[in-house]
Ligand binder design. Sequence first.
Ligand SMILES: CC(C)=CCC/C(C)=C/COP(=O)(O)OP(=O)(O)O
Length: 556
Amino acid sequence: MPAVANFDPNSKLDLPRNVADYPPNVWGDFFLQYASESMELDQSNAAEIDSLKNEVRNMLATNNEKPFDKVKFIDSICRLGVGYHFEHEIDQVLQLIHKTYVVNGEIILDDNLHSLAVLFRVLRQRGLYVSPDVFKKFKDDQGIFSKTLIADVEGMLSLYEASHMMIHGEEILEEALAFTSTHLKSISTQLSHFLATQVKHSLTQSLRKNLPRLEARRYISVYEQDASHNVILLRLAKLDFNMLQSLHQKEFGNICKWSKELGITKKLPYARDRIVECCFWSMSVYFEPQYSQARKMMSKVIAHLSFIDDTYDSYGTVDELELFTKAVERWDISCLDDLPNYMKLLYKSLLNVYEEIKEETIKEGREYTLSYFVKDFKTIVQAYMTEARWLDKNHVPTIEEYMPISKITSGYPVLSTTSFVGMGSIATEDIFNWVTNMPKIVNGAALVCRLNDEIVSNEFEQQRGHVSSFLECYMIQYDTNREAAIQECEKGIDNAWKDINEDYLRQTKVPLPLLTSVINLARFIEVYYKDKDHYTHSEGLMKTHIKALIVDPVPV
Ligand SMILES: CC(C)=CCC/C(C)=C/COP(=O)(O)OP(=O)(O)O
């Protein structure tokens, strides 16, 4: 039995515990250097940023440009990560374009494939419906996409990116995705290094499924190499990126300091020590300065979910877990006495985080958010308990039993709700009612999380005792093999994205920033649970990305 199994002198030593052999934390105390009392934005370039913002705002307001040029300019602004400064202006321009050039969903403007595909994607990204029939004219007499398009790499790439906005029943976008993926892959060896890099990147990480801040970091250098780039916009993107980065650094520093003082990772050595990655998770949900406080709360909640997940998945015995579940159901500090020592620590710390959240929401007059948060938190802990009981009894659930529970234990329903707690008055009580009743977009994000996690984590988890995964349940229920089960997962993920896109388009009562938070949760999974679980194995891609986004400034 691994050494950590007996770390708590008051826990029962003779009990079998499924301790996982998690890799250590890869950051140590690195971020402590950035801890800071003052959370003011760095003012050194503030005046220049303001003046650049004004110039870009004026460019957005001029009416003498062709609609396609305007849309491409807006696309660059958004990809460069500075769209949040111009939400109102961008909205006005796109609403007007939609009103003028889209009739009954059909785009009535004409241009080449690249321009039409960018227009299609940009409008849908704003939640404005446009029909994909605009791409029909690029098909030949046999009804398939014309081979002549293969030479148009820019058009193919744009059609590929546009196809990821697909909703259910859009056959033409399915065909577009298959066509562009196949041909972009096969021609990539014949392209210039610059173009081949763009193609390769898009094929592994489409724009729709990529995190905005990662895209900004990458696109700044792509845009810079485009001879026709807008110098003002580029300079704004660079300065703004670095200004926000220094805020993120302070936030990471402060949370690391809090975690070190709390000392919980030392006291719960069976759990993953991933505080930096938890900060990165919440920074991926929203990066804008107005969500600094929201990130702080969310990082702490993610950290606790991670400890609790490891307690249920690995160290806790089923009897101890029953006690912890009851304590969470009662949500009262008096439950502390019922718990074994190591759980006391976790429970107390969880309630402290809750008190902090409560204080903040009371300050904002938004206490109504709290009951929704607590309800979702209880639900996830009860679902963890169901999984622990299954494991204890060696019960292999049917897919019908497994999916509703495992969508909850993906953590994404409670994290969607948590993300809204810090988003201010746009997240009204009606919206909390909506988000906590598993709307399609949250269900989709939970599925993206659960099914991707199943594909990449299954073997590592089954080495120790772990509740049966989707793959096992499916293989047993349908008497089939692993490949078929993985295929079913992939199909589920594709469908989940269509649900996400559909709900995103159809929601008129939910402001886009809220929907974007949920999409960003799904995107995080698409990046960090793709080829492996980079949260648990955080030394590779995860570390490289954290370094690029939080540590290394963009050269200016
Ligand atoms: C989204 C949330 C809740 C983040 C907190 C950290 C966490 C539990 C990650 C998933 O771990 P895992 O891959 O071990 O998940 P599971 O145990 O569900 O397979």
